[in-house]
Ligand binder design. Structure first.
Ligand code: ASP
Length: 451
C-alpha cells in the first residue's frame, strides 16, 4: 500500500488535477491521497494558502472580505468548471465553510491564522474527493480528525502527538477506492485546527505513511528528481537516483527545498522508503530516499546544499577554554530572548555562534550583543551578517582520507576563504561556513571538484 502526496503546483488547476487523478488511478496500491492547497499556476501567481492568509489579516482588522473570498473560491470554481461538473452543491458548501471562518471565535491570532490557512487543504481535499466520485471512482474525504491525527505545540508549527500513529493504524481503509486527506492541518486534543509549518503537507503524508504501515511514501512535486546541487547555481546538475534518510536530512537543512526537513522523521522511524517523483513526468523513476542498509555502493558525495539564511557571532577571550560556565552564560542570554543557535564551533580563545537569521530581528540581535558585552565582557565581539553555510554530504565520506583536501584545495586556489569548518559532528557531511557573497562561487568550485 502506498501513501501519495501531491504538492500545490500539482493541484494548481484542472489540468494538473487531471494528471494527479490519472496517477492515482494507474496503481491500485495508491490508497491514500494527501493533497496540498492549490498552489501557483505561474510564477507571479498567489498560492491559495497565501490568499487565505490575506483573508485572515483582513478579518483581524475588520475590513471587508468579500473580494478575497471570491478570489479564493474562484480557484476551486475553475477546477469544477474544467471537469464540466455540476457546480452548485460542492461550491456552495465550500463557499459556506469559507465564510464561516470569519464568524468563529479563536483563542488567539495564531489559531485564527492556522484555521484560515489550513482551509486551503481542507476545502481542496473535499473538492478532489467530489471530482473523483463525479468521474465514477469511489473516493472518500477523510479529515485528520477522523484519523485521530492530533497535534500539540505552536498552532502554526504544530508537532504530531505520538499516540496518533496507533489511532491511524486502526482506521478502516475502504476495500475499494481511495481516501483523500488534506495535508498541512491537524487538530489539537481540544479540537482546534492547527497547522504544521509552511510546506507541511509533506509532514502529513509522512505521518500517514507511518500510521498506515505503508510500503512506500510517494511524494509528487514538479521536479523529475532531486538534484545533487541547486540547478539555479549549476546548469543541469546530476540527478540523485538513491540517497539515504540522513543524507536527505543534512541536505534539507541547508536549503534542499524539495522535501520538508521535518517530514522525513516519521518515515525514518518506520523504515518506509520515500520516492520523490514528478507529476508532469510520472514515469521517470525520481529519487528514492531509503535506509542506509539499502544502499550497497554509497556515493562519495551525494549532494551539495547551501543556504545564506545564517549569521554568526564571533567572540574572542583569552583562556576561554579554562573558564567554567562561559558557554552556559551565553546560552542563558540566548534563552532569555527565545533564540536557538545552530552551531557553536570553539577553540581555546575563540568561539563562533551561528544563528538562523530568520528567527532574529534587529532589536533582538542588538539586545543579545549588548547583554553579552555587559555580562561576559569578551575581548572582542563581532556580528557577521555576511554568512552562508555549505553542506557537502555523502555516506561515502565516512572514514575517507583526503575528503577535506579534495574540497579545500580548489577553494583556496579560487581565493575563497573558509571562516568555519565543521567535520566530524556528523560522519557523513562536511559543513563549511563561507561569506554569503562567495557562496555560489564556492558551490561551483566544490561541484567541479567532486562530480
Ligand atoms: N499549503 C501549505 C503551504 O503553502 C502547505 C503545503 O503546501 O504543503 O505552505
Amino acid at each position: 500500500m502506498k501513501v501519495v502526496k501531491f504538492g500545490g503546483s500539482s493541484l494548481a488547476n484542472g489540468p494538473q488535477l487531471e494528471k494527479v487523478l490519472n496517477i492515482m488511478l494507474a496503481d491500485t496500491d495508491r490508497k491514500v491521497l494527501v493533497v496540498s492547497a492549490p498552489g501557483k499556476r505561474f510564477k507571479e501567481d498567489i498560492k491559495v494558502t497565501d490568499l487565505l492568509k490575506t483573508y485572515a489579516q483582513l478579518t483581524i482588522v475588520g475590513e471587508d472580505t468579500t473580494d478575497i473570498q471570491t478570489q479564493i473560491l474562484q480557484r476551486y470554481r475553475d477546477i469544477v468548471t474544467y471537469f464540466e461538473l455540476e457546480e452548485n452543491e460542492i461550491l456552495s458548501s465550500l463557499s459556506d465553510q469559507l465564510a464561516q471562518l470569519s464568524r468563529v471565535h479563536y483563542p488567539s491570532f495564531d489559531y485564527l491564522y492556522a484555521a484560515f490557512m489550513g482551509h486551503g487543504e481542507y476545502l481542496n481535499a473535499q473538492l478532489v474527493a467530489y471530482v473523483l466520485r463525479e468521474l465514477g471512482h469511489p473516493a472518500q474525504f477523510v479529515s485528520p480528525h477522523d484519523l485521530g491525527l492530533t497535534v500539540s505545540g505552536s498552532p502554526m508549527a504544530a508537532r504530531v502527538n505520538e499516540d496518533s500513529y496507533d489511532r491511524i493504524a486502526i482506521f478502516n481503509l475502504p476495500s475499494e477506492g481511495l481516501i483523500v486527506v488534506p495535508g498541512f492541518l491537524a487538530y489539537t486534543t481540544d479540537g482546534l485546527m492547527a497547522t504544521f509549518s509552511r510546506g507541511g503537507s509533506d509532514i502529513t503524508g509522512a505521518i500517514l505513511a507511518r500510521g498506515f504501515h505503508a510500503d512506500m511514501y510517494e511524494n509528487f512535486t514538479d521536479v523529475s528528481a532531486i538534484y545533487a546541487v541547486d540547478p539555479h547555481i549549476i546548469k543541469s546538475p546530476a540527478a540523485i537516483e538513491t540517497m539515504t534518510y540522513r543524507e536527505m536530512r543534512e541536505l534539507a537543512y541547508a536549503g534542499f527545498a524539495v522535501f520538508h526537513d521535518e517530514a522525513i522523521i516519521p518515515v525514518i522511524e518506520a523504515d518506509i522508503p520515500i520516492n520523490v517523483k514528478n507529476t508532469n513526468e510520472p514515469d521517470a523513476p525520481g529519487t528514492m530516499i531509503v535506509p542506509v542498509d539499502q544502499v550497497s555502493n554509497p556515493a562519495k558525495v551525494t549532494g551539495i546544499a547551501s543556504d545564506d539564511r545564517f549569521a554568526a557571532l564571533y567572540l574572542h577571550r583569552y583562556l576561554l577554554n579554562k573558564e567554567v560556565g562561559f558557554t552556559l552564560r551565553i546560552l542563558q542570554i540566548l534563552a532569555r530572548h527565545g533564540v536557538s543557535y545552530e552551531h557553536m564551533p570553539s577553540g581555546i580563545d575563540d568561539m563562533t555562534i551561528i544563528f538562523d537569521k530568520t528567527q532574529l530581528t534587529q532589536p533582538i540581535q542588538d539586545a543579545i550583543c549588548a547583554e553579552i558585552q555587559a555580562e561576559i565582557a569578551p575581548d572582542h565581539l563581532e556580528w557577521i551578517d555576511d554568512f552562508a553555510i555549505i553542506m557537502v554530504v555523502g555516506e561515502g565520506m565516512q572514514n575517507r582520507v583526503g575528503a577535506f583536501s579534495e574540497i579545500a584545495t580548489p577553494l583556496s586556489e579560487a581565493g575563497i576563504t573558509l571562516p568555519m569548518i565543521n567535520q566530524g559532528a556528523s560522519q557523513i557531511s562536511l559543513m563549511l561556513g563561507v561569506k554569503a557573497s562567495q557562496v555560489n562561487d564556492a558551490v561551483r568550485v566544490i561541484y567541479d571538484a567532486v562530480f
